[in-house]
Design a protein around this ligand. Structure first.
Ligand SMILES: [Fe+2]
Ligand SMILES: [Fe+2]
Length: 191
């Protein structure tokens, strides 16, 4: 398998998501968004680790459920989506720490930025902006394939390289890992 480029893909800009710029779709609080699912789970999204792929497929399914839900009914599902994303990111970060990354690695920083934006959206939605969850979901559908193909695929290869089993969360040979020795995305540093 060819090693993917380990570039740092920036998360969606928070200020753009939180602005009230009208969307091009025809969604209203009363009618479900007339937005076709922008992201479907398929083999090209696979990072080669079964447990990570299962989590990513759940992420994509929930994203599409959000977009198929009338905007004034999205909040409970959106909060469940945040909870799932907290677990999704925590799982990857736990594996990074177990295999030599320092806690301040840039992959974890990108996760933190995404979660910060997702949490900020709740307050804006509750105040008045009923389109904001749909805008965020569309932005995440653009962001996710890039993140999966770069940082997550790079992490999956790194886990294989050091012999980390993501099912049991154990290292075949702990001596192969130097704790907190990496702060970048793996083989490259992040700016
Ligand atoms: Fe991921
Ligand atoms: Fe990730």
């Amino acid at each position: 398998m060819t090693r993917p480029p380990l570039t740092c893909i920036k998360p969606p800009a928070t200020h753009a998501l939180l602005s009230s710029v009208p969307m091009e779709n025809t969604a209203t609080p009363e009618a479900p968004a007339a937005v076709p699912a922008p992201l479907q789970w398929n083999a090209t999204l696979s990072v080669g680790d079964e447990r990570m792929d299962d989590t990513h497929e759940e992420f994509v399914v929930m994203l599409n459920q959000l977009l198929a839900t009338p905007q004034d009914e999205q909040l409970p599902l959106y909060k469940a989506f945040i909870d799932h994303t907290v677990e999704h990111f925590a799982q990857e970060e736990r594996w990074m720490l177990a295999t030599g990354f320092s806690a301040d690695n840039c992959h974890a920083s990108h996760h933190a930025t995404i979660l910060e934006t997702m949490n900020a959206v709740v307050e804006h939605y509750e105040k008045e902006d009923k389109e904001i969850i749909t805008r965020l979901a569309i932005a995440l559908a653009e962001w996710f394939p890039q993140h999966a193909a770069s940082m997550d695929a790079g992490l999956a290869l790194h886990l294989k390289d050091v012999g980390f089993d993501t099912t049991t969360e154990t290292l075949a040979d702990p001596a192969k890992v130097r704790p907190a020795s990496m702060s970048g995305c793996g083989s490259v540093s992040c700016s």
